[in-house]
Design a binder for this molecule. Sequence first.
Ligand SMILES: Cc1ncc(C[n+]2csc(CCOP(=O)(O)OP(=O)(O)O)c2C)c(N)n1
Length: 335
Amino acid sequence: MAKVADLSKDLLLEMFQRMLYLRRFEERIEELHGQGRIIGGLFPYTGQEAVAVGACLALRPGDIVVSPHRALGHLLAHGASLERTLAELMGRDTGFDHGKGGPMHMLDPEEGFYGITGIAGSGVPIAGGVGLALAMQKSDKVVVCFFGDGAANTGAFHEGINMGALWQVPVVYLCENNGFAVSVTVEQSTRARDFADRAVGYGMPGEVVDGNDVMEVYQAMVPAVARARRGEGPTLIEAKTYRVKGHDVTEGRHLSPDRSYRTPQEIAAWQERCPIKRLRSYLTERELLTPEREQDLEGTVKARLEAAVRFAMDSPKPPKESALTGLFYGEGGSP
Ligand SMILES: Cc1ncc(C[n+]2csc(CCOP(=O)(O)OP(=O)(O)O)c2C)c(N)n1
């Protein structure tokens, strides 16, 4: 495995900027959701940015990502168009799915994003199918399949990962263990300590990483991606992280403190382990990041975001006549 010292300054700054970009994006879309400009569920990713960024930086353009509902971070970390993402969120014709998919059904196959699925665990067999197709086409592309700890307890996960191992598909299964499935804690849903241990049962390597350390995620992903690319089969990586915000953006509005499934102290302790904060300290200590440089990065991110928000807001809604077209991939007028 590569050592931290092997990571170049440019790569480290890229990691920092991408995490900042995801964080500011999320803050902005929450605002837009509050203004009624985004309709549908939004599942916060704050605190988990190191997983998407560390994983996607280990990929090449053309590699494929399959995601569950908490997916916008994966989409953007993999380089999807910010304009088309925001347009889709706002139901505009310029979105990936002409505004008909919304936050829960985004798809951008040209950019290697094979969609968000709302059914927990269902991405695991989908990723296996995509991997199998790639192997049959003798492509050297790989798939990263993101899913949560809750999804890792579904039948679809066990069936899908078993077939993936059997067929040696070029997939990295990345379990984003953020501690909860809605309000059910990991301890309430499984006796297993590490989901990565399940890899043994399927005959593939498994590894636990600190999901709040972008460098560690990246360093685990690089060999797993290389292995998949060489046709040596899948790997299961478990990134331990924490969902700092609610299950969805409306949670805070309807969940009274006495019904909460966690304490403010627990949340505060994880906020201290914020992946952006941690990388900032690491870079600052090594004089790789100054407050001025960070301000520049913030400025660039903000300008990009605001231009994309304007693009989305100025985009037309899909015409009424198109209401029944483009609902299935490959069908006339589809994304
Ligand atoms: C098969 C299935 N069961 C239940 C649900 C309802 N549901 C939506 S999100 C969610 C939690 C999923 O938890 P996890 O996989 O850990 O992902 P996280 O939300 O923590 O990112 C559940 C149970 C669903 N979407 N699909």
